[in-house]
Write a protein that binds this ligand. Structure first.
Ligand code: N01
Length: 486
């Protein structure tokens, strides 16, 4: 007689795209006893938190979705943020994951107690689990600029991820600090509706401008009517992005050609002086490429002014730059990015023997093949250090990581393992390979960005996305220390 499968208790921290992905796969595998801890009052992660004007996916939506829940009804090649948020909420409902989410439950601590994880919320509630999965997102903690006088600004000032929709924008002078992917989307959307848009650019970024027209009714019908065609377009988009990312990753003719195409985009700027001010001094793709539907058009409008002088200080009526000019603004938008190196923190994690995650990561965050940390058994993470987060689809990354986690959870169910954690040796060997491969990548060609962490270490995947999928699909037993049930 076959031994019945064990039912694990699993805590997933975060009910964003990654948490919902794992929850759906667990449900499909017949694993019911899991809880998603969500500090907010609704799911969706980054797509719930970011509601700024112009928010849209800059990865094709056909590829920015789960393979197990494809949406034939995307309105555009790159769908608006609200539509993406609604998609994840629908998947959570359709798969039953929604019923497993505890809202308003922020995790404060995770401690290894008597061979299991104890998860404690900020409200003091604790529960024990066999596995803990971090699905806290990578661009989650807003980074506020350290600008003198910011708190003296008399008008509304808010971070792009904390958009205050009660503030009227029409006919007002709006200052936007930051010109990354977020700033570019905001500026493209607001141009023309405000009295003046003042764009404070510290560093120019490379921009690829492309159209994003609505899909026709016929196209949507074709996707609904022919699921195979729909699947084909998923893989077509995947192949396009993978070829593009792989070509630009390493030196060679393909990279030079791709970079030439990106550089040519600057020809859209007619005024040579403005073009020079918008020309980056680093290689295209070293930072995340901005995909925009109209940034270069927006900055050439009469009602949009790009300021490239350094900001000296913020004053009650505006922003004063180093040349002494005061740029008067009624509203200030801080599109200044996120702390992408926090991972699970500020939640505190203590493993067996009192080892804390902060101690384990004293020299910078490291994870075996992006998902597991030596010394922390039955703990896996989404979008961990060195995940291929560049211009790739985070949904595809999450699915690959979720499958690898699920493979270990299934072994636990079959009683083949009780605890599992990667060895230090395997993790060191993984990082020797990462460190050897990184210098040849486009990420390491001399620029700063949110890709770069402690000690100048690039926290991205230094190989092609295809290798990421095969690497996670083939996890090597020798790389893990396991115990078996008594
Ligand atoms: O943040 P960023 P983001 N004074 O860090 C500037 C994803 N995303 O929110 O370049 C003046 O890229 C900073 O200047 P500099 C995507 O992965 C996805 O725009 O550091 N300026 C920079 O210009 C993206 O990469 C979508 O010199 C200051 C900007 O703020 C990631 O989110 C859409 C400053 C920050 O750029 C982050 O993008 C949007 C200061 N003190 C975003 N501090 C999709 O569509 C910072 N800056 C999927």
């Amino acid at each position: 007689m076959r031994t019945p499968l064990r039912q694990p208790r699993i805590a997933i921290i975060g009910a964003g795209m990654s948490g919902i992905c794992l929850g759906a796969l667990l449900t499909d595998a017949g694993i019911e006893d899991f809880t998603l801890y969500e500090k907010a009052s609704s799911a969706g992660g980054t797509w719930r938190e970011n509601s700024y004007p112009g928010i849209a996916c800059d990865v094709p939506s056909r590829f920015y979705q789960y393979t197990f829940a494809r949406n034939p009804d995307w309105s555009r090649p790159m769908a608006p943020g609200a539509e993406i948020n609604a998609y994840f909420a629908k998947v959570a409902r359709d798969t039953g994951v929604h019923d497993r989410i505890q809202y308003g439950a922020e995790v404060a601590r995770i401690d290894w107690v008597d061979g299991r994880w104890s998860v404690t919320t900020t409200a003091g509630a604790s529960a024990a689990y066999d596995f803990v999965i971090s699905a806290t997102g990578i661009l989650h903690h807003p980074r506020y600029p350290d600008l003198d006088g910011l708190d003296t600004f008399a008008g509304p000032a808010f971070h792009s991820a904390r958009w205050d929709h009660a503030v009227p924008l029409e006919g007002r002078r709006i200052g936007v600090i930051g010109t990354g992917s977020t700033g570019a989307q905001i500026v493209t959307d607001l141009a023309g509706s405000s009295a003046e848009l003042v764009v404070f650019q510290r560093t120019p970024h490379w921009v690829m401008q492309m159209r994003n027209p609505e899909f026709s009714r016929l196209t949507r019908w074709l996707h609904r009517r022919f699921p195979r065609y729909d699947a084909l377009t998923y893989h077509g988009s995947r192949l396009f992005i993978e070829s593009f990312s792989s070509a630009l990753l390493r030196p060679g003719l393909a990279r030079r050609f791709g970079q030439w195409l990106i550089r040519r985009q600057l020809r859209r700027i007619e005024d040579p002086t403005l073009r020079a001010r918008l020309t980056p001094d680093f290689e295209p793709m070293c930072r995340r490429l901005i995909i925009s539907t109209g940034y270069y058009d927006a900055v050439q409008r009469d009602d949009v002014r790009v300021v490239t002088e350094a900001i000296d200080q913020v004053e009650p009526t505006g922003v004063r730059t180093a040349d002494g000019v005061l740029h008067e603004c009624d509203v200030l938008v801080l599109a200044t990015g996120f702390d992408s190196h926090a991972y699970l923190r500020p939640a505190a994690m203590t493993g067996p023997g009192g080892l804390t995650l902060d101690d384990a990561w004293a020299d910078g965050p490291r994870a075996y093949r992006t998902i597991a940390v030596p010394g922390f058994p039955n703990f896996f993470m989404f979008m961990g250090p060195n995940s291929p987060v560049g211009n790739y689809s985070l949904v595809a990354i999450a699915e690959a990581q979720a499958s690898a986690m699920l493979a270990w959870i299934e072994r636990w169910r079959r009683r083949e393992v009780d605890t599992v954690a990667p060895t230090t040796e395997a993790t060191d060997a993984f990082y020797r390979d990462v460190d050897a491969a990184m210098p040849a990548t486009v990420w390491a060609t001399g620029c700063t960005s949110w890709y770069v962490g402690q000690g100048g270490r690039v926290e991205l995947f230094p190989w092609a996305p295809k290798r990421f999928r095969s690497m996670l699909a083939a996890i090597d037993d020798d790389a893990f220390e396991t115990t078996t049930p008594a």
